[in-house]
Design a protein around this ligand. Sequence first.
Ligand code: C2O
Ligand code: CU
Length: 479
Amino acid sequence: MAGAAAIGLALRSGSRLPTPAPGAPSPSPSSEPAAHDPLADEARAAIPDDVPRTGVVHEVTLEAKPVEIPLLEGRPLAVWAYNGQVPGPTLRVRVGDTLRVTLENRLPQPTTIHWHGVRVPNAMDGTPGVTQSAVEPGGRFVYEFVARDAGTFWYHPHVRASEQVERGLYGVLVVEEATPPRYSREIVWVLDDWRLTPSGRVDPAFNTGHDLAHDGRWGQVVTINGIVTPTLSLSPGERVRLRILDSANGRVFAPDFGELFARVIAVDGRDVAAPFDARGFELAPGNRLDVELEAPAGAHGRRFEIVDRYTGQPVALASVVVDARAVASAPASSLPPHVVPAWRDALSRPATSELRLNAERGGPLGIAWTINGRAGSHDHHDGGSGDLAFTLARDRFARLRFVNDSFRIHPMHLHGVFFKVLARNDRPVDEGFMRDTVLVHAKETIDIGVVPRDDGRWMMHCHILEHAEAGMMTLFEVR
Ligand code: C2O
Ligand code: CU
């Protein structure tokens, strides 16, 4: 038994070669104008086609390689890392800048990079067999795109992700606003968990029967930026922007900030229409949350704990220590009002597609997670044609309906688009923000609205990486 390697699914190179198409796609004249659909108009106002280019090009090399680095509580840990660090380097660009990333694969497996939440040209999306061939060990690939949306995004492999992400391959991409709101500091927090063997190594048993049949791989050690319960020092009156990512394979976090003043200002990279209290927000694998954090008045010298309360067992995430001496308060940020489509009549539209989520016995892993009774394949060796679940018209409003027939949770993620939750269990909800990943609870039905703006074959999958590995992934086409 060759362990992990034998459990993962074999990958074949795709038949379609990447087209070098950097930059934003130009609107194609092929589809009819959606001029008189008010829902589509609202989306176009919220999600621009293109942005003015700044002419700034950021050239980065990301080398994916096995390394041993001090992590968790400071002991050396064998991981797979981008540029020798976990999380990988935080890439920071500004709206309108071009990012050119050369991926060098020094892993013992093929890999790609997917830019989660970023509206990239389809050829830059990192979907093996569909938008590019997987990059073989020793190979390289150049990703290039213009950052069209400001926000907190991330990057990770899209090949055997349940193993590659778990081993440490992920990083944050920050796209700054042309005029960023002012905070005294900006802090990136990557939340993850690690399943270790008794000797303290990353457990090499990936895609276990237990993890596949439950909510994926949950580890026993929770970290922020690879550190167990880090301490953040705040000055009294200081207001920081926390960019939080859940990079775990399966773990959902519900951070409780206690007495700290914590307001959500962005979800999945996009500003919310109006900031709201962060308490109770469920941060599922793939989700990002931008939080404005401040210590309460008179907290000089005090210590606060931030705790995860998603499960019945509270998990310590971080401590916040407030300096004893007072400093001048940071300037209050003024967030420009953000456009989020209201889509008032959206629920009167018929569902464009209903997607039933379930599992069945069988398949290469013993259990198959299915969308409409079908487990997706990994290699998409026909360019994805066999895996197309539905087609959407570009710039048209579509309502998609997830029906979870299973008793497990599924954070469903769509590439290439932002969507808005319209209803849960047929009850209308107005979240006041858009997303790229939504947690569908056990037996829950969720309706989402979407106006796709970019052509191509995009993935839709569960971001519990074991569920995706076992088939809960498919493609949709926008044209
Ligand atoms: Cu975060 Cu298909 O990915
Ligand atoms: Cu799932």
